[in-house]
Design a protein around this ligand. Structure first.
Ligand SMILES: Nc1ncnc2c1ncn2[C@@H]1O[C@H](COP(=O)(O)OP(=O)(O)OP(=O)(O)O)[C@@H](O)[C@H]1O
Length: 255
């Protein structure tokens, strides 16, 4: 009897590419200390996943490992079915790091930082054009910073700088957004802007993976919570009721 896979000739591996991220038994050691201790995580298209956990539980390290920024000491991870080292479609990922790191007197304007989000979309053959300028203008509008476009980013508040980073990711129109603590230390107005921006992304079927201490106004948009404790996943499922602050202890968590 012929097996169905042989009969159809369809490789079973194809299903894996629908996942934006797929980590299997992922391990990371920093300074010789295990920080991630065997993480299995698969994030599929259209999910809005919040990574929660106490300080030092490994949230940022997980995000960095998923993007190939922190090398694995064990296990494997893939972006859209491809290991990070061989991944080329970086325009598909919009990464919003925890903080803007253009201090030290770099006089970049808000518009310039946002425009840098178009780089993965450009090539040596095609320089910035009307489509890029339109995407930057739309991204600035989406985060409510159009009127500050010409200002040096250093003049903006922490919450506004966070919005610049989000606009930079929006400008690239990626499929997946990865945000490291977009709500941390951010004023109420910026949090509301973030919630509105996320709602529009969700509407368009984008995938979102974000790290948070507390979810605040974005809580209703989150479809799944992954809770870390000491480098392992102790809950993967329904998001918390309320603002996401009550992640520990987690009812029914895997201990
Ligand atoms: N470069 C590094 N070298 C050594 N240890 C590190 C390094 N970066 C992080 N760590 C340690 O790894 C652990 C996890 O850090 P990580 O930043 O991933 O946690 P986190 O959950 O994101 O924390 P927070 O909520 O405070 O941002 C912590 O104990 C931290 O001290």
């Amino acid at each position: 009897m012929t097996r169905s896979a042989q009969a159809t000739g369809v490789a079973p591996r194809q299903a894996a590419t629908s996942a934006a991220f797929a980590m299997t038994e992922g391990r990371v050691a920093l300074d010789g200390r295990p920080v991630l201790r065997g993480i299995d995580l698969r994030v599929t298209t259209g999910e809005v996943v919040a990574v929660l956990g106490a300080n030092g539980s490994g949230k940022s390290t997980l995000i960095r490992a998923l993007l190939g920024l922190a090398p694995l000491s064990g296990g494997s991870t893939e972006l859209y079915g491809v290991p990070p080292a061989r991944f080329r479609d970086w325009w598909r990922i919009g990464y919003v790091p925890q903080r803007l790191s253009v201090g030290g007197g770099v006089p970049a304007t808000v518009r310039e930082v946002v425009a840098s989000g178009r780089i993965a979309r450009q090539s040596r053959l095609r320089r910035a054009g009307a489509a890029d300028r339109a995407a930057v203008a739309m991204a600035l509008e989406a985060v409510g910073l159009t009127s500050r476009a010409g200002d040096p980013v250093g003049w903006l508040s922490g919450g506004q700088q966070q919005r610049v980073l989000i606009a930079r990711a929006l400008a690239g129109d990626p499929d997946t957004f990865v945000m490291d603590e977009p709500t941390a230390g951010v004023d109420a107005e910026s949090q509301r802007h973030l919630a509105d921006t996320l709602a529009a992304l969700v509407e368009r079927g984008k995938t979102v993976l974000l790290v948070a201490h507390e979810l605040g106004p974005i809580a209703p948009l989150v479809t799944r919570a992954v809770v870390l404790r000491d480098g392992v996943v102790v809950h993967d499922g329904a998001p918390p009721d309320g603002d996401g602050h009550a992640y520990e202890p987690w009812p029914g968590s895997r201990q």
